[in-house]
Design a protein around this ligand. Sequence first.
Ligand SMILES: Cc1ncc(COP(=O)(O)O)c(C=O)c1O
Length: 398
Amino acid sequence: MFQSLTPLPPDPILGLSVAFKADTNPNKIDLGIGVYKDAQGNTPVMSAVKKAEDIILNSQTTKTYVGPVGAAEYNETVARMVLGETLYDSLGKRRVTVQSPGGTGGLRLAAEFIKKANADATVWVSDPTWANHVPLITSAGLKIEKSPYYDYTSHSVRFEEMLDCLRRVTQGDLVLLHGCCHNPSGADLNQQQWQAVRDVALKQGFTVFIDMAYQGLGDGIDEDVYGVRQLAESLPELIIVSSCSKNFGLYRERTGALTVICDSDASTKAATTLIAAAARANYSMPPDHGAAIVQLIMHDADLRSEWDQELTGMRDRINGLRSLLVERIAAAGIEEDFSFIEREKGMFSFLGVNVEQVPTLINDYSIYLVNSSRINVASVNESNIDYLTSSLAKVLSS
Ligand SMILES: Cc1ncc(COP(=O)(O)O)c(C=O)c1O
């Protein structure tokens, strides 16, 4: 039976990682992989996480099953973090939060839940969007359409075109938006734009679906959820997928959550059963370790303040690197305007080099980035920035 299988082409980002590891150039730089890196190029375990793990190791008394929706206290903690106390209280039983295996697991759970609510639903994603959105959503049997989002020339959101497109989306369909730190572009909606999205969603009756993978890595824990809270306050329905992979550095622990807000307590009750059944049919229940860490950190004043400081340090480093990159690019004699890098948020931006220049950067300079020219800003540091900007200057002038 298996002789007839043909292999899929290699995953472009993982392929890049393999090529990077094999490269012997001492100046090589990996701008591809999407994890936070510190000034030494490492992705360390956060110290609040280490301390929480120690406590869990010494106090856990059982590893018995938890259940398909995961740990109830963790779910409420994530809901409070994304919604804030006021909304958390006012939404009451209109909201349910279910633990998921990372943000990816939460997105998949959301897609299966949507399929049950409306088998014909189309999910509108931003053009461009995170590469995994499309396979995730379509493999759950939903249709995908793209709405305009990023202008590669002006390096800004094509907001009027996006709104025009959303004005044609109707009830029963969904609009998937990045809560903050848009991946791959780094270009986020401003406050007025979020309000306009809310207004069009109210008028058209479509359901907004938020992917919140980077809360705390843009402007701050509360600042980054401005849009989500605007929507949660006014819309009858909302789907939010949270990830603790980046802001707690829990990547491999698979820690996320799906929050669904319905127009009535009764609909939320029904939604909870459907989501729990989807979890049960897929993986039975989510892994516990990462969720236990998050729960402990958020409820212990000392650990929480330590985590807050570490997260602030990560965010400040990324934002500082954005300014430094713009400054050093100019200092390298590059005349093109790269100031957009400083305006964008989170780990990613498009460098804006063209399809011929990307392979030149990889093959001639050992600077690894994906074909779209998306770079992970956190991969830049004092030891590699001058090599990066001088190489870029050579490639752009050749
Ligand atoms: C936009 C976006 N959504 C979701 C995820 C999923 O994160 P995870 O499944 O690791 O929690 C990522 C990770 O890179 C992402 O960039």
